[in-house]
Design a protein around this ligand. Structure first.
Ligand SMILES: [Zn+2]
Length: 418
């Protein structure tokens, strides 16, 4: 008889995220139609979930003296949060620019004056590998307290060969030194570094393709680029992603954050796993992406960014959902446009400013976020066979999750059954 090693029992609600299609991310009505079990349990053996169901279906024959029993009376039990878009590794911070922004300077004005991303690049190049690792571990510990159990981490504050490789190395090392799983993405094409200012964006991405990407095979699953005014234009972004795709990397893009340049549609056409930001993506373009990609490309929406940048324009999430585009939610944790690790707050703002329901917001930060980093086979839902990444929350229903604005509802975090 198989003995359970961990049973979380008597939960007021178990948010399984199960019940939808398994061959694509949740979209349209499916985003809010997954199964909630009232008065339920989750059972694990080692690092895997083996059974999920209502309490009256819990087979006591599987319980032994070694079984750890966790009482979740009155609590919601759900999968660990999946953070599918962060800039985890960086030096310094940009509190001084926060004050400039409060006085009225815009994000792109600050970038054009050599601040913004470029000021973090200077601080990151100057930091030692040990300092960067210590910072990354500190932030990962914060994410874990918020219930994040898998996290994507982008490079992009080095913008030279050695520093970019160091950032990917630090992200991987940080993933190995604590329990939250880290998925590295290469964002060497974040902005054009000062050294390539005269030569231009195309010359810089040629340098990356020639000198850096070949050393990242197996080290980073995804290649990402910031397609925006002041960063990389559409044609250079397309060229770069096409080349990276030929080298075997999965594709991501930062696009339609501040202007509608057509970056999301372009990247989706190339088979991008996700298109991120999308504040200026139109509902019509969202519908075209959903059709073109057969619902495989996920739009990662980042509601804390326009909030922090004091912008009124939020991605039209409700229209995206109604038009069949799969959506995920993330913080975009970074020192400039979102210094917050509170993904719960992002869910609340998605409900308030993007038209999500609480159930949709939860799916967007778990199962669909897992799809956005191609980790859906083993995380994002509570189903037999998945990794035992499980949260117990101090709330009694799914609606309460985004309701307690700014609070951290996490009581217990289990990662791989521990
Ligand atoms: Zn970002």
């Amino acid at each position: 008889m198989l003995l359970y090693t961990l049973v979380i029992q008597h939960a007021a609600q178990v948010l399984t995220l199960a019940g939808g299609p398994t061959n694509r991310p949740l979209a349209g009505a499916d985003l809010g139609n997954w199964t909630i079990i009232e008065r339920g349990y989750v059972a694990c053996v080692g690092d895997k979930i083996v059974a999920v169901g209502p309490m009256d279906g819990l087979d006591l024959a599987h319980l032994g003296p070694e079984t750890r029993l966790v009482d979740a009376t009155g609590c919601v039990v759900m999968p660990g949060l999946v953070e599918c878009h962060t800039h985890l590794v960086f030096g310094g911070n940009r509190a001084d620019e926060f004050e400039r922004k409060l006085r009225g300077e815009s994000y792109l004005d600050i970038l054009a004056s050599g601040g913004g991303i470029l000021s973090t690049v200077r601080a990151t190049r100057a930091a030692s590998e040990a300092e960067l690792l210590a910072n990354a571990l500190h932030h990962l510990d914060g994410f874990r307290r918020y219930g994040v159990t898998t996290l994507e981490a982008k490079s992009g504050y080095g913008l030279d060969r050695d520093t970019e490789l160091r950032l990917v190395r630090v992200a991987r090392a940080a993933g190995h030194q604590q329990p939250v799983r880290v998925v590295p993405t290469f964002l060497g094409a974040h902005v054009v570094p000062p050294e390539f200012k005269a030569a231009g964006p195309r010359a810089y991405v040629d340098f990356i393709l020639r000198e850096v990407l070949s050393d990242l095979k197996g080290e980073a699953a995804f290649v990402d680029i910031f397609c925006e005014q002041g960063a990389f234009p559409l044609d250079v972004s397309r060229y770069y992603l096409e080349q990276a795709h030929k080298m075997g990397f999965g594709l991501k893009i930062h696009a339609e954050q501040l202007h509608d340049l057509g970056g999301c549609e372009m990247a989706a056409e190339l088979g991008a796993t996700s298109v991120d930001h999308c504040d200026y993506l139109t509902p019509a373009a969202a519908a075209r992406i959903a059709r073109q990609t057969a619902g495989q490309t996920v739009a990662v929406l980042l509601p804390l960014v326009p909030l922090f940048l004091r912008q009124e324009k939020f991605a039209p999430g409700r229209e995206f959902i109604d038009n069949g585009l799969p959506v995920a939610l993330s913080t975009d944790f970074n020192p400039g446009s979102c210094p917050s690790k509170n993904l719960w707050l992002a869910l609340s703002v998605a409900c308030l400013k993007m038209g999500f329901t609480p159930k949709e917001a939860v799916a967007a930060a778990t199962l669909n976020a897992a799809w956005a980093i191609a980790r859906q086979p083993d995380c994002g839902s509570l189903e037999p066979g998945k990794r035992a990444d499980i949260l117990v929350l101090n709330v009694g229903s799914v609606a309460e999750i985004p309701y307690w604005l700014g609070e951290n509802p996490v009581r217990d975090v289990f990662i791989g059954g521990q």
